[in-house]
Design a protein around this ligand. Structure first.
Ligand code: NAG
Ligand code: NAG
Ligand code: NAG
Ligand code: NAG
Ligand code: NAG
Ligand code: NAG
Ligand code: NAG
Length: 622
């Protein structure tokens, strides 16, 4: 809409400019200080002029008879009414001509008012134009000529067939009905004839017809030679002789290419260029366009920011005085640059919640940028939730949220980049990229996860439940240190005070059966999920597997059953089985069993788990 508006303004301005250019902006064509520069509707350009100071030479004098629009202009030198005076305003434009009213020359038997006064142009700067006139001869056996044009005799002979009474001969372009006795001939402006198409029978009653005369600065004019020399020096004027052969003949001038105006006036040719006003207007329009575009962009960003929960976030961030690190609000351009416009080959992974891209910020930091998949409300809420949760946490085993961007259509989260993949990949994707983890590493990772969760549950200012603990949400850094990630479904107690949600979140296999039944998430639900991760670390088995027997599909049930049957060492991972200190493994297995107890109350707290794991770690030489 804004663009349309600007377009409309532009067109309007250009139209006004065209008008202005045609009228006001045209350079003056009369001599300065010659206020009587027009007569009737006729503009009188220099070298023509009314009054001694306004014409170049008396030969170009114009006399104005009458006042107002009915006034008629006369060329005093040839004593003919002038209807039009053309000078060459631009390079290769119209020739210098005047259109004057010429009497028609009648011969015998014509109506008495006819004139036979021929025009004597010798000694004047005017000449008949062959280009713009047509010679017309009317009447039977008429032979009309034009003389006085130097060696050329221009004539026209008409012959009538007497027996066929009304036949007429045409010389040029007349359809005049023959009057047997009346003969006449005339030169006439061809353009005028073609555009007015006069009734042929009426021609004989006319006194005058318009005729085009060429004019030039002829040698009869005082100082024409010096005038030519000085005009020739001007860069903005081009002058040439009309007859190249002569030593000095009459000449005419035009404004040089790129100029327009009156070449005969000093400084009369002006550079053809858009006026300052137009430039100014174009600048204004351009500026307006930019402003509107920018405003729309800002509006859109604000809209996205609002819809993406930015206001809620701002409120949360500002009300929470003591949070350790504040999430930074990135701008969309920054993140677009960082990810190479969200290039496909920057994708680290795709999940239900969003796509994760690897990117580099301007300061050189490598980051992971999560882009929400959809703009549906539930997803958005999860995003904001994650921002709020993570911005309250500062723990070495929790993935660090650097900031977010809410002014894009879908919100973006910016995390520290954790280079080594997920725990799930190490345990279940046998691959060169993911070497098998030793028992010591597994123990350390478990301790670190427990430490992070225990911090979330107790040490953080408000208890935070992760709600989706699983090996795929545990990232490993370059030193295989665990980083708990994906807080999209996490809840802080204040945010979700009732602890009751109608929907059960979580991943099958890790989901606390008690929570599943009661829809009531407790800290022990996180403990259950952690227990499953612990069992994964021990057995290297997936939490749900169709390759196991029917009752063993669920890893925790399978594990508990195996413990009961005393065949723990049959199901352990080969890496774990290598361990010499079997007590250590048994201790962890028992801890895992307690974690996945069906009764949440019987499960240890994360704090207890952490301490127990740390105890085991201390005993073993790491
Ligand atoms: C303009 O013409 C009028 C009459 O047509 C005359 O009275 C007046 O003095 C002229 N002005 C100039 C400046 O020549
Ligand atoms: C000027 O015009 C008037 C009336 O239009 C006319 O009577 C008069 O003859 C004209 N003068 C000249 C010199 O043409
Ligand atoms: C003189 O100029 C007018 C207006 O520009 C134009 O209509 C006319 O054709 C020109 N006459 C000749 C003979 O070029
Ligand atoms: C035409 O005018 C010139 C002077 O202006 C004169 O010498 C010449 O005789 C005139 N010719 C005719 C045919 O009147
Ligand atoms: C008029 O034009 C003819 C042909 O171009 C030329 O010979 C003659 O000298 C010109 N007359 C004047 C007065 O310019
Ligand atoms: C005149 O017209 C008649 C009939 O139309 C024709 O026979 C005759 O040849 C014509 N004469 C001339 C000189 O054209
Ligand atoms: C030409 O100039 C002379 C002297 O400078 C002057 O007497 C004469 O009137 C001028 N002729 C014209 C037509 O202006």
């Amino acid at each position: 809409m804004a663009v349309q508006f600007v377009m409309r303004i532009t067109i309007l301005v250009l139209l006004t400019y065209e008008l202005a250019e045609a009228e006001a902006a045209a350079p003056p064509i009369a001599k300065p200080n010659c206020y009587n520069s027009s007569c009737g509707n006729l503009e009188i350009p220099y070298p023509f002029g009314i009054g001694p100071d306004c014409y170049m030479d008396k030969l170009f004098e114009v006399r104005c008879n009458g006042t107002g629009s009915s006034a008629k202009a006369f060329l005093t030198n040839i004593d003919k009414e002038v209807r039009q005076i053309n000078i060459s305003k631009r390079y290769s434009s119209i020739d210098p001509t005047v259109q004057v009213q010429m009497p028609i020359i009648y011969s015998n038997n014509c109506r008495s008012s006819g004139s036979d006064a021929a025009l004597n142009i010798s000694g004047s700067p005017f000449n008949f134009s062959f280009l713009y006139n047509t010679f017309i001869s009317v009447g039977c056996d008429n032979f009309a000529t034009i003389t006085g044009l130097g060696p050329v005799v221009f004539g026209c002979k008409s012959h009538c067939n007497k027996s066929k009474n009304a036949e007429r001969t045409r010389c040029s372009a007349t359809n005049a009905r023959e009057e047997e006795t009346c003969k006449y001939a005339f030169l006439v402006d061809q353009n005028w004839l073609e555009s007015n198409k006069p009734d042929p029978s009426s021609v004989q009653y006319w006194e005058t017809v318009p005729i085009v005369l060429e004019w030039s600065i002829s040698k009869q004019i005082n100082n024409s030679r010096t005038m030519f020399e000085s005009l020739k020096k001007r860069r903005d004027v081009r002058c040439s002789f009309l007859d190249e052969a002569e030593d000095f003949d009459s000449f005419a001038c035009v404004c040089a290419p790129g100029y327009h105006g009156n070449p005969y006036l000093p400084g009369g040719c002006q550079v053809i260029c858009p006026s300052l006003g137009l430039l100014f207007l174009v600048l204004i329009i351009w500026w307006l366009y930019k402003v509107i575009k920018k405003r729309n962009k800002i509006k859109l960003k604000q809209k996205f920011f609002k819809r993406n929960g930015g206001l809620l976030l701002q409120q949360q961030l500002s009300s929470n005085e003591n949070n350790v690190q504040k999430a930074k609000l990135f701008n969309s351009k920054e993140l677009k640059n960082a990810t190479d416009c969200f290039n496909e080959n920057r994708i680290l992974g795709k999940g239900g919640q969003g796509t994760v891209y690897k990117g580099m910020l301007i300061d050189g930091r490598i980051v992971a940028i999560k882009k929400c998949n959809t703009v549906d409300e539930g997803n958005l809420e999860q995003f904001i939730n994650e921002i709020i949760i993570l911005s309250q946490i500062n723990h070495r085993n929790v993935v660090k949220l650097l900031g977010c961007c809410l002014e894009t259509e879908v919100p973006l989260l910016v995390y520290e980049f954790i280079p080594n993949g997920t725990l799930f990949q190490y345990l279940h994707e046998e691959n060169e990229d993911f070497p098998l983890l030793t028992w010591d590493m597994r123990l350390r990772i478990a301790t670190e996860i427990a430490g992070a969760l225990s911090y979330l549950h107790s040490a953080a200012s408000l208890p935070i439940y992760h709600r989706d603990i699983k090996s795929a949400n545990i990232l490993l850094d370059e030193k295989y240190r665990a980083k708990v990630a994906d807080f999209g479904t996490s809840r802080s107690v204040t945010i979700d005070q009732t602890h009751v949600t109608t929907l059960v979140y979580g991943t099958f296999g890790y989901l606390d059966p008690e929570y599943f039944q009661t829809s009531q998430f407790t800290e022990k639900s996180d403990v259950y999920s952690f227990g499953v991760v612990l069992i994964e670390l021990l057995t290297g088995e997936k939490p749900v597997s169709l390759t196991r027997s029917q009752e063993g599909r669920n890893l925790s049930a399978y594990f508990v059953h195996s413990l009961k049957e005393n065949c723990l060492f049959d199901i352990l991972d080969t890496q774990v089985n290598k361990v010499c200190n079997k007590d250590e493994v048994i201790a962890i297995a028992n801890l895992a069993k307690r974690c996945v107890h069906l009764n949440g109350k019987k499960r240890p707290t994360m704090m207890e788990i952490m301490m127990e794991l740390e105890g085991v770690q201390k005993v073993s030489p790491a």
